[in-house]
Design a protein around this ligand. Structure first.
Ligand SMILES: [Zn+2]
Length: 241
């Protein structure tokens, strides 16, 4: 990986020669790090200049993403002990039973994981993400469609179907056919955020873009939408399995 030295900081980056890129572009992502997109006909040495031109921005972003990654690491470690549901944390308790396979669910203020006696704890914990995902999906299927229905009725929207997915990068989406999709991980967020995402997608049934008109429509249903959008931006790296 090439490295650029900016002040006292060395930053690794990936170079992508992209046929479709029109301009030299710098991108930063929590997983992929810094990427330099080089358009056709541009030399890499030429493209590299942007790293120095955007030095201040880049240094700031790299720092920001480092702390996001650390926060996420901490969250992932805690994900073995603390279960996140509708904005609250519940302790995870492992109960040994004569059972085959792993089961789990919220019971009396705890997330109880039932596991067979003979499986070491590490192996059980390795299955937590799949177990949790299954549970979030179930809850999402039970909770989200009725909530969509009631908000749609309240604000006069018509949609076709609601699908629950586990999209990595989106909390919700709306198709041209009028179907609404939501990520099951949305149930990690507080209820007001779940509502905000539903309202956002309902509004897309009428306006497919993020124009001023769109945000005005959202504001009529969710006057604090800016706060809710900001909450998601700040926390989405923590709402992981
Ligand atoms: Zn949108």
């Amino acid at each position: 990986m090439p490295v650029v030295r900016l002040g006292n900081t060395e930053i690794e980056y990936t170079v992508v020669h992209s046929k479709r890129a029109r301009n030299i572009r710098l991108q930063i992502d929590i997983d992929d790090g810094v990427t330099l997109h080089v358009p056709p006909g541009c030399r890499e040495s030429q493209a590299r200049k942007i790293l120095f031109e955007k030095e201040r921005w880049l240094l700031k972003k790299v720092k920001e993403f480092q702390s996001l990654r650390m926060e996420r690491e901490t969250r992932l470690k805690r994900a073995r002990r603390e279960f996140l549901y509708l904005g609250k944390t519940y302790p995870i308790e492992l109960v040994r039973r004569v059972t085959n396979g792993l089961r789990g669910g919220l019971q009396g203020g705890k997330f109880i994981v039932e596991a067979p006696n003979d499986i070491p704890i590490r192996n059980i914990q390795a299955h937590y993400p799949a177990l949790f995902e299954r549970w979030y999906r179930q809850q999402a299927r039970a909770l989200i469609p009725p909530r969509v229905q009631s908000l749609a009725a309240q604000y006069g929207f018509r949609y076709r179907k609601v699908f629950i997915k586990n999209q990595k990068t989106r909390w919700g989406s709306c198709s041209r056919a009028g179907n609404l999709n939501f990520s099951c991980r949305l149930l990690m967020a507080p209820p007001r955020i779940v509502d905000a995402v539903i309202i956002h997608e309902l509004a897309h049934l009428r306006i497919m873009n993020h124009s001023e008109r769109f945000w005005k429509l959202v504001a009529t249903m969710d006057p604090r939408y800016e706060e809710h959008e900001a909450w998601l931006k700040q926390h989405e790296h923590l709402l992981i399995l």
